[in-house]
Write a protein that binds this ligand. Structure first.
Ligand SMILES: Cc1ncc(COP(=O)(O)O)c(C=O)c1O
Length: 432
């Protein structure tokens, strides 16, 4: 009889896992997930985990939400996929129209890709190509924020400032000008950042195509917050110096920060808006870049060299767009953002014991993103915390010493209480 090899073992042998030193799987095997429902993942061994980070921030309304499942099943019977060059279909048209409405009609042209990094690439290329089409060929550099994260393809790494992901490939990357991060934990950091931006743009605006940032929350930096006022000041500087503003809402879009798009809290409109992750509710890969008509018109005309020729095979995939439409329906049917605002006081009360823990610093909340820093030296903290959290039925992945929650928007109060209590147990288990 042949021996049954556990799925985790087969995975370690055959699957090259992302963001992983594969040798560590000998000590900490991957968990094989058999099914998921709502906020919960269920593994092959009958254990469950509360997905408190929405599986890398993609899951918006819980796993296997019946409305999205039904929409996908219906779409499967009709149209799987058709290339978007020379063809179109109802889901991609409707999604583009509805996303435009979400921007108040300001960003009415929607270009599709497959993942977040490709959206970053598309926005950077569109910005530089726009200036080229206007005869300003020298406007082709970018400004980004310290600790910013925009994906890991080579172009996206050029505006990403996280050494862990970047260092090994530094020789392959065309960098950007990095200005200091606005970090709510450090007084004056917003003013310092703005001053650096103003100085750079004053001297170099003729060669700068765009500023790219993650509005309100630099997520991969460790949930680093800045204010809407800072964002508004950046937008103002971009306008004064005739430089594009790219808002990367791949992580923070679709209600995560309390408004539908984060930039809306600053009462601005970016030139480019990058979306992915929550766009399909965490079901299928899809990304999009939205832009305004004046930019679109610079590409419109005779000659293919003026056109934005960028393409991906799965651009505007019908199934992914159908899932995204089901997500839009869910936002329309229940005002989940208002519901979360209404229960904010309750959620804050539930998280209070955690924020009052003697080793917890800088407890911070924006919309449905919770974060705090653990003041304790423990070698290999993120991995050990992650392991201890799994033992407490929680999926958590700290970034450095920052622990954060980014659960589905419809996480229940009972689940949130379970999450807070479990996190306190994890701190205790680690001797913190
Ligand atoms: C702000 C931001 N931009 C871009 C990306 C890259 O997205 P993807 O991993 O889908 O390439 C991420 C991923 O975490 C992100 O948080």
């Amino acid at each position: 009889m042949s021996k049954i090899i556990p799925l985790a073992e087969r995975s370690a042998a055959a699957v090259w896992h992302p963001c992983t030193q594969m040798s560590q799987l000998e000590r900490s095997p991957v968990r094989a997930i058999r099914s998921a429902q709502g906020s919960w993942l269920h593994d092959e061994d009958g254990r469950r985990y509360l997905d408190a980070i929405s599986s890398w921030w993609v899951n918006l309304f819980g796993h296997c939400h019946p409305a999205i499942v039904a929409a996908l099943k219906a779409q499967l019977d009709q149209l799987d996929h058709v290339m978007l060059a020379g063809f179109t279909h109802e889901p991609v048209v409707q999604l583009s129209e509805r996303l435009s409405v979400r921007t108040g009609g300001a960003l009415g042209h929607c270009f599709y890709g497959s993942d977040g990094a490709s959206a970053t690439e598309m926005a950077l290329k569109m910005s530089a190509h726009y200036w080229r089409n206007r005869g300003q060929l020298q406007k082709n550099t970018f400004v980004s924020l310290a600790q910013g994260y925009h994906g890991e393809t080579l172009g996206a790494l050029g505006v990403t400032d996280i050494p862990l992901f970047r260092t090994a490939y530094a020789s392959l990357i065309r960098g950007s000008t990095v200005i200091p991060s606005p970090d709510s934990r450090t007084p004056d950091s917003e003013a310092i950042s703005l001053q650096a931006l103003e100085h750079h743009l004053e001297a170099h605006h003729r060669t700068v195509a765009a500023v790219i940032l993650e509005p309100l929350v630099q997520a991969a930096a460790g949930m680093v917050f800045h204010s809407p006022e800072y964002l508004r000041a950046v937008a103002g500087a971009c306008q004064r110096f005739d430089v594009h503003l790219i808002c990367d809402e791949i992580a923070v879009g679709f209600g995560r920060t309390g408004s539908f798009f984060a930039y809306q809290q600053a009462d601005i409109t970016p030139d480019f808006l990058c979306l992915s992750k929550g766009i399909t509710g965490g079901f299928l890969p899809l990304s999009a870049v939205l832009t305004r008509d004046q930019i679109y018109q610079e590409f419109y005309g005779e000659g293919v060299d003026r056109a934005f020729l960028h393409s991906h095979s799965y651009t505007g995939n019908a199934l992914a767009c159908r899932a995204a439409l089901a997500v839009q329906d869910l936002f329309d049917q229940s005002d989940i953002l208002a519901w979360n605002r209404a229960r904010h006081v309750d959620l804050m009360r539930i998280s209070q014991p955690l924020f009052e823990h003697p080793r917890v610093r800088q407890g911070r909340v924006r919309g449905m993103i919770w974060a705090f820093d653990v003041e304790f030296t423990l070698p290999d903290f993120p991995r050990r915390f992650h392991e201890a959290a799994l033992a407490a039925e929680l999926l958590l992945r700290p970034i450095g010493n920052t622990v954060y929650f980014m659960p589905p928007l419809n996480v229940s109060e009972d689940e949130f209480s379970f999450l807070v209590a479990g996190t306190l147990t994890v701190l205790e288990a680690l001797g913190i």
